[in-house]
Design a protein around this ligand. Structure first.
Ligand code: GLN
Length: 230
């Protein structure tokens, strides 16, 4: 039985993330108070507007609570504005949790292409993944501890550092549940095997077969799949 996921429900597309976790097989609930964090396997910080999120997070000690949640072993994920909140350094400068050793720049794809869809390759998630980018940020630097899980046009768009996962796009706005399945497995202590829709439907035998096929895919992503720390 998968552990329960919370979705920070202060602003942004939290409802779509909660539905995506349920589709992917984990119970999920919206989280509006820091007191609701204990007991969760993971928390998703959704896309939206990071400045608005920061303002709303002033009402309660969210930074302390989320850092403590991570330190106690919880999975902490962020998409788009959520990824901005996770990074160590944000450009232009704004406060952030600093749980991901990365430099991220807001609204960095330029005005003419500030929203677009793309198929990104992700060996770690079992193959191609639909991705929706909406006024998306770009990673400008990743420290060595950060593993790239997917790239778009050669750039990292999905990364992981231990139990912290950040995507610059909106996975919840597509039909693929690969990222949510990956997070569920990360919380279970096993994110090494690919987690495509097909593998989770067909079960363990197919999963093994798929593992060898996926290594033959032309991927521009890191193939490093280290054991989860802690
Ligand atoms: N541009 C937004 C920000 O800077 C993020 C956009 C999004 O989450 N879709 O916070």
């Amino acid at each position: 039985m998968a552990g329960e996921f919370g979705v920070l429900a202060l602003q942004g597309d939290f409802a779509a993330h909660a539905a995506a976790f349920r589709d992917a097989g984990a119970p999920a609930r919206e989280v509006r108070r820091v007191a609701e964090l204990p007991g969760l396997a993971g928390i998703m910080i959704p896309g939206g507007e990071s400045t608005t999120l920061l303002n709303l997070m002033r009402d309660e000690p969210w930074f302390d609570a989320l850092r403590a949640f991570h330190a106690r072993g919880g999975v902490v994920a962020g998409t788009c504005a959520g990824a901005i909140l996770l990074a160590r350094e944000v450009r232009p400068v704004q406060p952030s949790l600093g749980l991901l050793d990365a430099v991220i720049e807001r609204n960095a794809w330029g005005r003419q292409v500030d929203s677009f869809e793309a198929t990104v390759e992700s060996e770690a998630l079992g193959g191609p993944l639909e991705a929706v980018f909406i006024r998306a940020p770009r990673f400008r630097a990743l420290f060595p501890e950060v593993e790239v899980l997917a790239r778009h046009a050669g750039e990292p768009v999905l990364v992981r550092q231990g139990r912290v996962v950040a995507a610059t796009f909106h996975p919840e706005l597509t039909r693929s549940r690969a990222l949510h399945r990956y997070l569920i497995r990360l919380a279970d202590g096993d994110a090494r095997a690919p987690v495509s829709e097909a593998t989770s439907r067909r079960g363990a035998t197919a999963r093994q077969a798929r593992s060898s096929t996926s290594s033959a895919l032309a991927c521009r992503t890191s193939s490093r799949r280290s054991r989860i720390q802690g």
